[in-house]
Each structure stands twice: as C-alpha cells, then as structure tokens.
Design a protein around this ligand. Sequence first.
Ligand code: 6GU
Length: 230
Amino acid sequence: MKIDIISVVPALLESPFAHSIMKRASDKGLLQVNVINLREYTTYTRAQVDDYQFGGGAGMVMMIEPLVNAIESLQKNTPYDEVIFLTPDGETFNQKMANYLSLKNNLLLICGHYKGIDQRVRDHFITKEISIGDYVLSGGELAAAVVTDAIGRLIPGVLNNETSALTDSFQDNLLSAPVYTRPEEFRGWKVPEVLMGGNHAKIEAWRDEQSLQRTKERRPDLLEGELGEL
Ligand code: 6GU
C-alpha cells in the first residue's frame, strides 16, 4: 500500500513512520509513506499557500491553486482509491474505517491548516473527510499520522503475529482484557490465578468476561452497537 500525504509542515511527519511497527512495514515493502511539501506546488511568491478569506473573518484559508496543482500532479502517477481531507468537521475515525482503508492500494491524505482549505477543493477532489475526535488540533499532520498508523498495522504481514490485531480493543466492539507479565508477584500484588493455571478454556472465558466487564464500565456505547459491525 502507498500513502501519500500533502502537508505544509512535512517535518511533523518525519518521525512517526521511522520507528517500530511502521518502520517494519516500510522495510518489508508493505507500506510506503511519502510526505509531499505543498509549498513546492505554489504558483505564488514566497511559497504562499494561504490567503485571507472572502467575506472577512479571522484566520487564513489554504488556497485552491497549490492544492489542485499538488493533487493533479500526484494523480498523474497514482490512481488513488481515496483522496482524504483530515479535518475536525469530518467523519469520526474508528476501527471500522481503519479496516476499510487498510484494504486499499493507494491513499492520498491532505492535512488542513489555518481555517481550513478552500471549499472548492473539498467539493471537487476530496472523496472522504476524516476527523480523529472531538477536539481541535493545530493542523492535520498528527491526525494523518494517527490514521496512517491505524491503517498500516492492519495490512497483512505487518504485525508479526497475524492474530494479534484481531484481539485489539475495538476489533470486535469490545475493549481488551487486562494483561500481565513477570514477576508473578510484585509488592504483594498478584497476577490473577486463572492466568497461571494453564487451563486455556478457563483463561479464554476469564478474558471474555473481563473484556465485557470493562466495556460495560468504560464504554457502554460500544455494546449498543453504535459503531456498527466491523
Ligand atoms: Cl483531522 N484536524 C484538526 N486540525 N483537528 C482535529 C482533527 C483533524 N481531528 C480532530 N481534531
């Protein structure tokens, strides 16, 4: 899979994909992330990419020409399955969306800044608008990193143990069960006995029960099927 990301602050996206699981995904050739500097596509002086909004009001707007130049020039080389704008007024990102996007070949992500981008870009080029939650970030880059990470780890072959993504919180609309490792006892705090007993059926039943309990306490909305089937 290839994910191209258009940004006005490309430096923000240098580190997130250079470590850990995302690095392994790129080393294995399973995920290629390219960050494109929007300023290379401006037609204006001093690499200007934003301007005052028509009608007045505080805040600058990302201009249409640099964005369309960048999108169309990238589209010449790559048939994108989705052109995604990261914006706080988009559809809230969740595991279901991550699953859906992980099956695509090529994605183009566009990071918003300032007051946003000229609406005409959204009307004519964007196929999907994504928010990562109900709070405002200073730009779309961190959101693009979140979305790319969530998608990347779902690509077959990226995780060492293929089943481990299946037991993630949310994959079945349930939160994960608690986990423990050595030592068996620390300051008198013991690991639940069932985990030490080696009875796999019992362990599985305990984990299911803990998952359900946690979900009831912390995220009862998940049990109402609000997020829908995954
Ligand atoms: Cl995608 N962008 C910005 N700027 N803020 C956000 C967001 C995105 N998602 C939640 N807050």
